[in-house]
Structures are given as structure tokens and as C-alpha cells.
Write a protein that binds this ligand. Structure first.
Ligand code: MG
Length: 231
């Protein structure tokens, strides 16, 4: 067995982030009666996603804090639709952080694949850029925490993927060489090219709508169950 440690990204690799995020936000939006003021939820949600992506980029570069990211993303989306209220944006964000980890949509075959890998004596770990309180809750609400030995987040490593120090921190904490580890992730930049630069093999879980990867990963899969063919 070549690999000993399998490092799994969480959002969009095991946890069906997009479906759950949209549902959670739509529920809060309707419960708070914003649908009375903004009649096109999809247009508003598209604005939110645009702001959220930009703020995450700023956060990854260390330009803004986690609090600023959380407090601003909904505020800016509401502002685009004529509701200029910072406190309301913060409240919406708090509600989202509270509700979001309670969702439990995993990709198909997640439990079966993780069980298979554990039975083959691989050590499984999580490598995520998400925040501690959210990611730990998600792992518990989806009942997959039991498969993992270590959980590495941007907060407990002090770095975001694709920073090489994120991967070095994980390897040294696992007392693992580069060759003994492999990463599974859906994000070509954070997961695949990050791990590649750190000398770790990669399994790219290619999202349905993603274009062909610019550089060849070690392996490419279209569904989690295909891991059985590799590992
Ligand atoms: Mg991901």
C-alpha cells in the first residue's frame, strides 16, 4: 500500500455545499420576509455569491478578517437591492452560520466510500479552509466525523490551502512523508495545485461544470465511489 494518509477536502468534496447553502439562505430569506421586499431571490442570491467569492479571496490573501467576511457578505447583497442596513446584514450572517452546519446533504456514496477506505486501513483526515465551528458541526450533523483521525482547518493550521505551509503543517502533525499522503479535493487551485506544489499526490474530484484541468492531477474522478479503483 503506497499511501497511508488520505486528506479529504470537505466542502463540495464530501458535503454538497452548493445545494445546502442555497437552501439554507433561501429559508432564512423567506422566514425573515425579505421576499416581500425583494421579489427575485435568484437575482439577489447571484449578487450574494459574487460578493462572497470576492470576500473569500480577500480573506485568503489576509486583506480582511473572518468577522469582516461574515459581516459584509449579506450586507452588500442587500445593499445592491436597495436595503442599506449593516446590522441586518450581520444578523442574517449570524443566522446563516447557525443554520448552515445543520444541513446534511452529502455527495452520493460518501459513507460507502469512507467505510471502504477505513476497512482498508487508510488513515483519513480532513483538510478544509472553512471555520472550526462550522466545519466541526457539519462533520457531526452528517455523521462522518467518525471516519476521520485529524481535522485540519484554516484556523488550527494558521494557513489557507493552497499555502504550502498548510500542507506542511498537516504532514508534520501526522508524522507523514509527502509520499505517504494523497489529497482528494474539488478545487483545482486550493486542493490540487496546492498539494502538487507541496509534493503530495492528488485526486481531483472534478465538479460537473468545471473545465478540463490546466495541469494533469495524479488521478481524476467524477464520483467518490471511483476512489475504490484507485485506493
Ligand atoms: Mg472544496
Amino acid at each position: 500500500m503506497k499511501y497511508k494518509h488520505i486528506l479529504f477536502d470537505l466542502d463540495r468534496t464530501l458535503w454538497d455545499f452548493d445545494a445546502d447553502t442555497r437552501n439554507t439562505i433561501k429559508e432564512i430569506f423567506c422566514n425573515c420576509k425579505f421576499n416581500k421586499q425583494i421579489n427575485d431571490f435568484d437575482a439577489w442570491y447571484a449578487a450574494y455569491k459574487m460578493h462572497n467569492i470576492r470576500l473569500w479571496e480577500d480573506y485568503a490573501l489576509g486583506k480582511i478578517t473572518k468577522t469582516a467576511l461574515r459581516n459584509t457578505r449579506f450586507y452588500l447583497a442587500f445593499k445592491d437591492f436597495g436595503i442599506d442596513d449593516e446590522k441586518l446584514g450581520i444578523k442574517f450572517g449570524e443566522k446563516f452560520v447557525e443554520e448552515s452546519p445543520k444541513r446534511t446533504t452529502l455527495f452520493p456514496d460518501t459513507h460507502e466510500t469512507l467505510t471502504y477506505l477505513r476497512n482498508k486501513n487508510y488513515q483519513l483526515h480532513v483538510v478544509t479552509n472553512g471555520f472550526n465551528e462550522i466545519q466541526f458541526k457539519k462533520l457531526e450533523s452528517t455523521d462522518i466525523k467518525k471516519y476521520f483521525t485529524k481535522i485540519f482547518t484554516c484556523e488550527n493550521t494558521g494557513y489557507n490551502k493552497p499555502h504550502i505551509k498548510f500542507f506542511r503543517h498537516a504532514l508534520s502533525s501526522l508524522h507523514s512523508s509527502k509520499k505517504e499522503a494523497i489529497i482528494v479535493g474539488d478545487d483545482f487551485v486550493s486542493d490540487i495545485s496546492g498539494a502538487k506544489r507541496a509534493g503530495i499526490d492528488q485526486i481531483y474530484f472534478k465538479p460537473k461544470d468545471a473545465s478540463e484541468p490546466p495541469v494533469k492531477p495524479t488521478f481524476l474522478i467524477n464520483s467518490l465511489i471511483e476512489l475504490k479503483n484507485i485506493l
